[in-house]
Ligand binder design. Structure first.
Ligand code: PEP
Ligand code: MN
Length: 347
């Protein structure tokens, strides 16, 4: 919909506007109001270049898009009934829990194996384990490809599907050939369009799921959904959106808890939302409250860092990992709350 700066376009302006939209196989339909005429674009109005050219005209006040820019991830797209299934759970039908260590310690594989069994026992549906780590400080442990074997051994022993972050195409290749079920795109790479494209291509038409974290630097909600659209556009719509805290931080929390974004996302996209309370608040003592808040806001799942013995962990685990006992209690409470919010599914 084109809104002119004046009450209506002059004949010359209307000719120019009509000429532009015609290049993109669209037509113009004036809608004459009492005081002002507005101009509907009839046809596929998602062409970015067409909109940019119209917005560049001095006599155009603004363009209101009627059609969504998300061809696949929009709530009203053909994929709106698509459901993601992993770990025996269809997202949206019951609360989905990912749990496990921030970082796998390649020198202590047994710790991860014990964590894996413990999170399964606590009720997790999927296991997380950081193989390669995006660390702010270049002198800290950066991860180790050897941990991939430990992750897959834990998957084999527990039968849980596993989630691991990939930061580049080498990781992507290694993770896929090892059989990782869920690829995590971290907060630092959520705006790395080359990586999003590469992941989309690599998992096209596969069952692999992508857990897309919300970037600390993401602006509007549309930026988050657009990042998911990149992956879906290459043929894999199994994208889960994962808010994980953003900036500016609240004094005391690691990031600004952003679980309240969930209802806004759900107005625009059919994609499931799995909230990561661990990186959001960044301290084990705050994680259960944040997890419950996320479920209250409508999250379809939670991704919670958990360690069999947090003080023996590396990476984020000593400060923000839950013990399996606290994880189990949190899952019970979160599931009860989820059932209150979804009485139909719970029945
Ligand atoms: C993580 O999951 O351990 C991690 C580094 O997450 P994020 O990208 O959200 O910081
Ligand atoms: Mn972490």
């Amino acid at each position: 919909m084109i809104l002119p700066k004046s009450n209506q376009f002059t004949t010359e302006q209307l000719r120019e506007v009509t000429g532009i939209v015609k290049e993109f196989s669209c037509t113009i339909q004036p809608i004459i109001g009492a005081a002002r005429t507005i101009y509907a674009i009839v046809g596929d109005e998602r062409e970015e270049l067409m909109i940019n050219r119209l917005e560049g005209l001095a006599y155009v006040e603004r363009i209101d898009r009627i059609q969504s820019q998300f061809k696949l991830m929009d709530k009203r797209s053909d994929l709106s009934t698509h459901r993601i299934k992993i770990g025996g759970v269809t997202l949206g039908e019951e609360l989905f829990i990912i749990a496990g260590q921030c970082t796998i310690d390649p020198k202590n594989p047994q710790l991860f194996i014990e964590t894996a069994h413990a999170v399964k026992e606590a009720g997790a549906n999927s296991l997380r384990g950081g193989v390669w780590k995006p660390r702010t400080n270049p002198y800290t442990f950066q991860g180790d490809s050897k941990s991939l074997d430990i992750l897959m051994e834990a998957a084999r022993q527990t039968g849980l599907p596993v989630d691991a972050e990939v930061m580049d195409e080498t990781h992507l290749e290694l993770a896929l050939s090892a059989g990782v079920h869920m690829l995590q795109i971290g907060a630092r790479n959520a705006l790395n369009y080359s990586l999003l494209r590469a992941v989309g291509k690599a998992v096209a038409k596969k069952d692999t799921v992508v857990l897309l974290k919300r970037s600390i630097h993401m602006g509007p909600i549309s930026e988050f959904i657009s990042a998911a659209e990149y992956i879906a556009a290459f043929g894999n719509p199994n994208v889960i959106l994962c808010p994980r805290g953003t900036t500016p931080t609240l004094d005391g929390y690691r990031n600004h808890p952003d679980e309240s974004i969930t209802p806004l996302l759900k107005e625009k996209t059919w994609a499931p939302v799995v909230v990561d309370p661990s990186h959001s608040v960044g301290k084990a003592v705050y994680v259960p409250s944040c997890a419950l808040a996320a479920v209250a806001y409508g999250a379809d799942g939670l991704c919670i860092e958990t360690h069999i013995s947090p003080s023996k962990g590396i990476g984020d685990d000593p400060k923000q990992a839950l013990t399996p006992k606290v994880l189990a209690e949190t899952i019970v409470q979160a599931k009860a709350l989820w059932k209150l919010r979804h009485p139909v599914q719970a029945a």
